[in-house]
Write a protein that binds this ligand. Sequence first.
Ligand code: BJW
Ligand code: ZN
Length: 255
Amino acid sequence: MTISTLTQQLREAKHVVVFTGAGASAESGIPTFRDALTGLWERFDPAQLATAEAFRADPSLCWGWYEWRRQKVGQAQPNGAHVAITELANYVPKLTVVTQNVDDLHERAGSQDVIHLHGSLHTPRCIDCGLAYTLPLTSDALPEDGSRIEPPRCSACSGYVRSGVVWFGEMLPEDAWSAGLAAAEECDVFFSVGTSGIVYPAAELPLRALGNGATVVHINPVRFDISTQEHFLQGPASTMMQCLLREAFGGLPAL
Ligand code: BJW
Ligand code: ZN
């Protein structure tokens, strides 16, 4: 499909879904999930830190990792991709943003009603009774390399406070999953931006969109295999999203 066919479809679309992964936040300086970790975390595989077993085995290691990441997100700013996605909502009748990211950069760029499939770094809760825990606004004074931090305790049952993200082996929040699935099945254009597409069930969404007749476009600097019905725009999320916006609507997001 040529870019002009795609932009024509975008102009005619009634409902557009933008589905994002870690690559959408990469240009804000947030490492992707499969990038090498640094500092204290260098010798750990993220897939082994992101489980309930890892937390129970070593709560301060795991909580320290999440606090370090929360600090990194707090210091980061939304990038051109977040801004272009927010801007796109002004040009199409309906835009749904579905993200696997646990940061708040879509919201900070101005996107509304973002569907977070994998939870959030900013909504911790008790691991035992589920009570929400209010985090201090900033966690300054964390060493640049990260450190172990003893998790806070729940005020109701003294259980450890855990991160509000969805770990491997856990169910996705039901309302987020059903809203994401419904949007994928209803949209006419589906952009999958900056995701490796290997984590399920989120990775099913482009396939559900395709199965329901949507135009599915993957945006990624690294090429991967797709079916002959899908489309690929190779390049960084910010450049490609801004380019699409400009080509389809003449819009130029303010950076
Ligand atoms: C750029 C860029 C730029 C760079 N611009 N792009 C079938 C088979 C085997 C296992 C399973 C299966 N179905 C389910 C499972 C189990 C598991 C799973 O999927 N495992 C796979 C590894 C196979 N899934 C689950 O456990 C899920 N739950 C579940 O299935 O519940 C049912 C169940 C219950 C009980 C038992 C069994 C099943 C839950 C999954 C939760 C995932 N959580 C994580 C961690 C969150 C916490 C945290 O952040 O610490 O979410 S995993 C991690 O991966 C994170 C991400 O959201 C997710 C997706 O990663 P993403 O976003 O794609 O990032 P990357 O790093 O992989 O890719 C970045 C991309 O960006 C790359 O392509 C780059 O090229 C690109 N990029 N720069 C654009 N500038
Ligand atoms: Zn509790």
